[in-house]
Design a protein. Structure first.
Length: 202
């Protein structure tokens, strides 16, 4: 049994109209939370603020004592989301990027204590399970098909059988939007992304 070190995934929320003062304070708070966890691999989603502001990226990396190994440099649309991966492990191969309609996903390869391992920092779309399954399939095509260990982290916008709540029980207007995204026409919960990723892990 391979011993996993501490890993962390965090969607830090992209706020396009945020003031410089608010952005600086929020990035500082994110760093505080990361330092409470002290991960050896950190995957951030909606990391536009860091990607688009090198001074923020440099300071954040120093504050969490991790190197920004792989950072997306572009997004496919103006309102898309970026991702960033931080670690002090040695990068083995250049990161591979998978672009969806709005998000950028990234596969990095690191020399970790148990051997060379791929780490997926992904942000699947919230639009529909069909779109999420499509993007997850494209991401898996960029991995080494079971040759290397694979760790998937990120904002999957998906459910798994381990969720401790049932979206069908949410009665608010927001709950209806959630049910539209995460249930089929018969009201059954959708686990397609979870099942697809589980297949890759077997």
């Amino acid at each position: 049994m391979k011993e996993l070190n501490k890993l962390m995934s965090y969607n830090i929320l992209h706020k396009p109209d945020e003031s410089q003062e608010s952005a600086s304070r929020r990035i500082g708070l994110v760093a505080e939370i990361v330092n409470q966890v002290k991960p050896e691999v950190l995957c951030l989603q909606e990391a536009n603020l860091l990607v688009e502001n090198p001074e923020y990226l440099k300071k954040f990396a120093q504050d969490v004592n991790l190197r920004p190994i792989a950072v997306t440099q572009k997004r496919p649309v103006s309102d898309g989301f970026a991702v960033a991966t931080f670690t002090n492990y040695q990068e083995v191969d250049p990161a591979r990027y998978v672009f969806s309609a709005k998000n950028v996903n990234m596969i990095s390869t690191f020399d970790m204590p148990w051997g060379v391992t791929q780490v997926g920092n992904i942000h699947l779309p919230s639009s529909s399970e069909k779109d999420r399954v499509k993007d997850a399939g494209l991401i898996l095509m960029e991995t080494n098909n079971g040759i290397l260990d694979l760790i998937i982290m990120g904002d999957l916008n998906s459910l798994s059988p381990r969720n401790n709540y049932d979206v069908r029980e949410i009665t608010t207007e927001y709950g209806q939007r959630i049910r539209d995204k995460f249930t089929d026409v018969d009201g059954n919960l959708l686990y397609q992304v979870y099942n697809l990723l589980r297949q890759r892990g077997q």
